[in-house]
Write a protein that binds this ligand. Structure first.
Ligand code: GAF
Length: 391
């Protein structure tokens, strides 16, 4: 549907057919928050909300990009990849620049249109979807020979160097490696991963969007990362062998509690516990024990709210509401925090009731409508069509 709209727009805008169409999904994360840049485990999945790309090569070095949802365009040259004043353009420029930085040559420019239905600022990683889709589209159209892992690392570097967020690898990895009805248990230390089936007919995944826009670049995210790194530096005095919080047990952390600033201790405690929680949650999943899994989600929320301090009033309210509903088995804030969505595991035959109850409570409390999305776990980035003939 959206790909058809983009194809038509491409023809109108550039006067030719796109050569290919790409779909790059947003992501959810079941558990394992703020663990990726601490080399721990995460459990994300790609979803049925995505950014679509229509693209065709050009015969010169110019790149013309049109952002369908913003009705805005930007032109740049592959010979001059400097940051733009336009935030959205930096995601594309960044991917082109970081591909070239890996030593891969891009020999010509391109025309591209992109847009989709991943809500912006909702913690569903629209930016990672944009970056992953751009890399995948360029890799396909110019036959660059980059692997899926290369594309994820390129997208992450684009986010670091062109969007200014020192994010972990989770979001782009999920957008690229997603698999229908499966969550990805990713070990962020060595980037090995395994798929866990996540298809429980009795439960649905519902996201509740606070509408509060988080801005990861707004320094808080990077600050959390700095606090964790500070913790590691201090812990290394007693344990020189550790490289990240992944290598730290709770006992090791406890033994150094008086050496760490209280805020840093809290941050490290949350991360060390969360890394272990993902392992325990996966064991529950293997036994199809959704009740234990859901309990772990609630524990994560407590840690994110009280120790990592990345939640907000609206997110806490939404999670608290679910304690009064026997239709919900697990809920927590999701993603970087400071707004965005909660993720809820809800009895499948009660999702409408759940959405009505949550919307009404939220509206009463904050006088703001609540957006809810019933999401399906989908495949990762993929080619939709190839049209090599120009018309
Ligand atoms: C954001 C980041 F981009 C991820 O890398 C991850 O750290 C997440 O916040 C928190 O788990 O989505």
């Amino acid at each position: 549907m959206l790909d058809n709209i983009l194809t038509k727009k491409f023809k109108d805008y550039f006067g030719e057919n796109p050569h290919l169409l790409v779909r790059a999904p947003g992501r959810i994360n079941l558990i394992g928050e703020h663990t990726d840049y601490n080399k721990g485990f995460v459990l994300p999945a790609a979803i049925d909300k995505a950014i679509y790309y229509a693209i065709a090569p050009r015969n010169d070095n110019t790149c013309v990009a049109y952002a369908f949802d913003l009705d805005d365009s930007f032109t740049f040259s592959i010979d001059n990849l400097v940051k733009s004043e336009k935030g959205w353009a930096n995601f594309l420029i960044g991917v082109v620049a970081e591909i070239i930085n890996t030593g891969v040559e891009i020999k010509q420019g391109f025309n591209v249109i992109f847009g989709g239905d991943v809500p912006l600022g909702a913690g569903l990683s629209s930016s990672a979807a944009v970056e992953s889709g751009m890399g995948f589209a360029l890799n396909s159209i110019f036959d660059l020979g980059l692997s899926k892992l290369d594309l994820a690392l390129i997208a992450q570097k684009a986010e670091h160097n062109y969007a200014g967020v020192k994010c972990g690898i989770m979001d782009m990895f999920a957008s690229i490696h997603g698999k229908e009805n499966s969550v990805i248990k990713l070990d962020c230390q060595d980037l090995s991963f395994e798929y866990f089936p996540f298809a429980f007919p009795d439960y649905s995944i519902v996201l509740c969007n606070t509408g509060v826009k988080h801005n990861l670049g707004d320094s808080e995210y990077n600050q959390r990362r700095d606090e964790c790194e500070e913790g590691v530096r201090i812990l290394q005095r007693a344990f020189p062998q550790i490289e990240s919080l992944r290598d730290v047990s709770f006992q090791m952390l406890r033994s150094q509690a008086d050496k760490l600033p209280p805020v840093v201790y809290k941050r490290c405690k949350y991360v060390v516990e969360e890394i272990e929680r993902v392992t325990n949650a996966c064991q529950a999943l293997e036994k199809a024990d959704l009740a234990t899994f859901g309990q772990k989600m609630y524990e994560t929320h407590e840690g994110l709210s009280n120790e990592y301090e990345v939640s907000c009033e609206e997110l806490d309210f939404l999670v608290e509401q679910t304690h009064h509903l026997d239709t919900v088995i697990g809920a927590r804030m999701m993603g970087g925090g400071f707004g965005g969505c909660t993720i809820n595991l809800v009895k499948a035959n009660k999702t409408t009731e759940f959405i009505e109850q949550m919307s009404s409570a939220y509206n009463k409390q904050f006088s703001t409508p609540l957006q809810c999305y019933l999401v399906q776990i989908s495949n990762g980035v993929e080619l939709l069509t190839e049209e090599y003939s120009m018309s």
